[in-house]
Design a protein around this ligand. Structure first.
Ligand code: CA
Length: 230
């Protein structure tokens, strides 16, 4: 379950919120001043921060401004009065939502759920994948490839085929499997398509395409990628 950091100096109020959030199943961390709140946020990386504005030592606006330079943790700001100026300032500083006290617990919990759901749906940054084999380097995220530092250019299917081979290096891959992985299940061509693309790939990556070092033919099966030493 998500962890929520509650930064609020009115202790009775903070206890009420904590009790209700924990009843919903959330793990709740609390801080009763701004400096402690900022430190906890940095150390614990909660899934959501509920932040009061008027706080001892460091106010909620400052915490929000500092955190926004460091992370995208969702922030809901609270304030004692429903003040339009505070609301706009909070949102401009990057708060995700704003609730003016007094508010109903039902409304508060609904906002918490909505924000957590929204942040779960955010696409996470894609991991960068760089494959290296012998003199070859393939960056699958930018779809670029190099041999001995010189950039190679591949049509889409050749690039996909090379990536599939390198990712499964050392494993004999059947033509049918390569067809399925690279061309998809609904591809209507035959396995000679694979052989043709392998030939084109070899011409680009092999120092001597007639005596392949990277893409080995596995008789009766298909192909196996090997990273040559040196
Ligand atoms: Ca306060």
């Amino acid at each position: 379950m998500p962890t929520i950091l509650l930064v609020e100096d009115e202790l009775t109020f903070a206890e009420t919120l904590r009790y209700n959030l924990e009843r919903e199943g959330y793990t709740v961390l609390t801080a009763d001043d701004g400096v402690a709140g900022l430190e906890l946020a940095r150390r614990q990386q909660p899934n959501l921060i509920v932040l009061d504005i008027m706080l001892p030592r460091l106010d909620g606006f400052s915490i929000c401004r500092i955190l926004r330079q460091e992370s995208d943790i969702p922030i809901i700001m609270l304030t004692a009065r429903y003040d339009e100026v505070d609301r706009i300032a909070g949102l401009e500083l990057g708060a995700d939502d704003y609730i003016g006290k007094p508010f109903s617990l039902g409304e508060f919990l609904a906002r918490v759920r909505a924000i957590l759901r929204r942040s779960e749906l955010q696409p996470r940054p894609l991991a960068r994948e760089v494959l290296e084999a012998g003199a070859l380097k393939v960056d699958t995220s930018s779809r670029r490839a190099w041999r001995n530092g010189s950039e190679l250019s591949f049509p889409q299917k050749e690039f996909d085929l090379l990536t599939c081979l390198i990712r499964n290096h050392g494993i004999a891959l059947s033509r049918d499997l390569l067809l399925e992985r690279v061309w998809g299940l609904d591809f209507t061509g035959d396995s000679r398509t694979v052989d043709v693309h392998i030939r084109w790939l070899r011409e680009k990556i092999e120092p001597d395409p007639s005596r392949p070092r990277y893409i080995q033919t596995v008789r009766g099966i298909g192909y196996r990628f090997e990273a040559p030493e040196g």
